[in-house]
Design a protein around this ligand. Structure first.
Ligand code: ZN
Length: 171
């Protein structure tokens, strides 16, 4: 397993719509393993393909005290409720925002072994799934907040991004 380079906003392919995974085999299993490794290295709770430069519909997550899972070609249905909660993103380190999300959803996907996934998620798990699913459509958490807050956070990000790149940590 290896730690992958994390793409910083707004570099490619973060703002693009990712394409479906066509074949679930050893390559995807290796990618999923590397994505888990990368997520743990940077202490995230979720990571999507476009964040490691792979414009494919795959994401991994590990909710603290919850499941560790890989989702391939996911579909979200039955979104219900709304609640604001804090989010961060490995592609925008040090930026934290309050984002409104559905409190309950149903997700269907395949895991990295081709096994079907179909379950209802609530609370923080539902939030992680919505955040990572957004990445597959080129959407980031700042696209989900009001325009004034978004503008302020993007200005804040400009300075942080410069420093993160200068530090050579990633990017
Ligand atoms: Zn993110």
């Amino acid at each position: 397993m290896s730690v992958l380079n994390v793409v910083l906003y707004p570099d490619d392919p973060l703002t693009k719509v990712a394409s479906p995974v066509e074949k679930i085999g050893p390559k995807i299993q290796q990618l999923a393993a590397d994505m888990f490794e990368t997520m743990y290295e940077y202490e995230g709770v979720g990571l999507a393909g476009p964040q490691v430069g792979v414009a494919k519909r795959i994401f991994v997550l590990h909710e603290p005290d919850g499941p560790k899972m890989c989702f391939i070609n996911p579909e979200i249905t039955e979104l219900e409720g709304q609640e604001e909660g804090q989010e961060g993103c490995l592609s925008l380190p040090e930026i934290y925002v309050q984002v409104p999300r559905a409190t309950r959803l149903r997700v269907r996907a395949m895991d990295e072994h081709g096994k079907p996934i179909d379950f209802v998620a609530t609370g923080f798990l539902a939030r992680i799934i919505q955040h990572e699913f957004d990445h597959l459509n080129g959407t980031i958490m700042l696209d989900r907040i009001d325009v004034l807050s978004r503008h302020a956070k993007l200005q804040e990000w400009d300075d942080i991004r410069e420093r993160v790149i200068a530090d050579g940590v990633r990017g």
